[in-house]
Design a protein around this ligand. Structure first.
Ligand code: SF4
Length: 391
């Protein structure tokens, strides 16, 4: 399927996608955090990765850069200007042709495309957009496309990206202007990074969905370097909560800081990957489970304890001595019980229309983590924890 010229392009793609392995897409599972970002991964030359789309569909995703050349000098970044490594650049039609072949050959079902910045954010964004347009129009590619919005991109470019992509993203990297200055002194938090996210929302509210790819608005995500700017979890979750509510953020990705050799932060201590995991858990509680920031168990330093699941920590304080009756509680309360998720709560509501739930084994049959939930609930007036011996 691939000939000489294409073999060169494949080798370039191998370099670029390997370097891109720090970027997150798909649905990270709280039980297994995604790969640590910014960690200098061993080269494994796997240029595609399994990913789960927001609709649950599992696909093989190619994550790559259009170019690893960058004129900026972010302190944490392996692509920063002046760092010595082999750089590569695709032309838009070259990449689109190559990916189209991969897609037709069944080697990739989706693509996440980003780039280092060369000639400014606007010029770089144009190249990403040209690539996406060639893919969609010339090669009739209809699969999943995640496009990165470059720092400094213009509103018209954001709109064009939304017309071509299933997902668009802007990496905020840090929770505020002050924190970003510690990571990326030449990125402007409000104007270059936050503003494009606001434009996406503004465009969603003013332009009908049929004008976008497949007649749907693309989802929006962002990414933070957790611990890179000595920020607290409260700072990260406060901005995440704000983004959820104000720009319809689909997901925040958290990547525990890991030092990269030959960067200004090479001697900074790596952040425990468990912090990433706790941030995901807390962000899901804020987004999907009706939790407020005040419900989360922050320490005196405004961080989440690494040893405690935040939902369980809340339940220990609020439910242990005041368990919820599983046969009466509404969905909003049910999902606050550890071991009961959104689907589990729906299953409980359906099952109890038929008969009362009286033991933990009936919860288990509904997919509930019954042992986990037991200390915090009552089953027909009886403390469920007492039934554990029956398992
Ligand atoms: S602009 Fe992006 S690619 Fe360039 S140094 Fe900063 S984070 Fe890295």
């Amino acid at each position: 399927m691939f000939y000489n010229q294409e073999m060169d392009a494949l080798s370039k793609l191998n370099d670029l996608s390997d370097q891109m392995s720090f970027e997150a897409d798909g649905e990270p599972r709280v039980s297994s955090p995604p790969p640590t970002c910014f960690s200098p991964k061993e080269k494994n030359h796997a240029i595609t990765h399994p990913a789960q789309l927001p609709n649950g569909q599992k696909i093989v995703l190619l994550k790559t850069l259009l170019s690893s050349a960058c004129e900026r000098d972010c302190f944490y970044c392996p692509f920063r200007a002046g760092r010595d490594f082999r750089r590569a650049t695709f032309k838009p039609d070259e990449f689109a042709g190559l990916f189209s072949k991969m897609s037709q050959g069944g080697l990739a079902e989706g693509v996440f495309l980003s780039s280092g910045i060369a000639g400014g954010g606007v010029r770089t964004q144009d190249k990403l957009l040209d690539t996406a347009e060639i893919l969609r129009k010339k090669h009739q590619y209809r699969g999943y496309l995640h496009l990165k919005i470059m720092p400094g991109a213009e509103k018209g470019q954001v709109y064009r990206a939304m017309q071509l992509a299933d997902r668009v993203s802007v990496n905020l990297e840090a929770p505020s202007t002050e924190r970003l200055a510690k990571l990326a002194p030449h990125k402007i938090f409000i104007e270059e990074l936050l503003q494009p996210l606001k434009w996406v929302e503004e465009i969603r509210r003013t332009v009908p969905a049929f004008k976008f790819w497949n007649g749907r608005y693309p989802s929006t995500v962002t990414q933070f370097v957790a611990g890179g700017s000595d920020e607290s979890d409260l700072e990260l979750l406060s901005i995440t909560n704000w983004l959820n509510k104000n720009v319809s953020l689909r997901r925040a990705y958290f990547s525990a800081f890991h030092p990269i050799r030959d960067t200004p932060l090479e001697n900074k201590t790596a952040v425990d990957p468990m912090r990433e995991h706790r941030l995901y858990q807390a962000s899901f509680l804020l987004r999907d489970y009706g939790f407020d920031l005040e419900d989360l168990p922050f320490t005196d330093l405004s961080n989440l304890p690494l040893h405690a699941d935040p939902k369980q920590a809340w339940a220990e304080i609020n439910l242990l001595h005041k368990p919820l009756e599983i046969n009466n509680a509404g969905k909003r309360d049910l999902i606050r019980i550890p071991g009961i998720g959104l689907k589990g709560a729906d299953a409980i509501l359906s099952a109890r229309r038929i008969s009362k739930l009286q033991d933990l084994s009936s919860l288990k049959k509904l997919g509930i983590l019954a042992e986990r939930a037991a200390p915090y609930l009552l089953l027909d007036g009886r403390k469920a924890a007492l039934q554990l011996a029956l398992f």
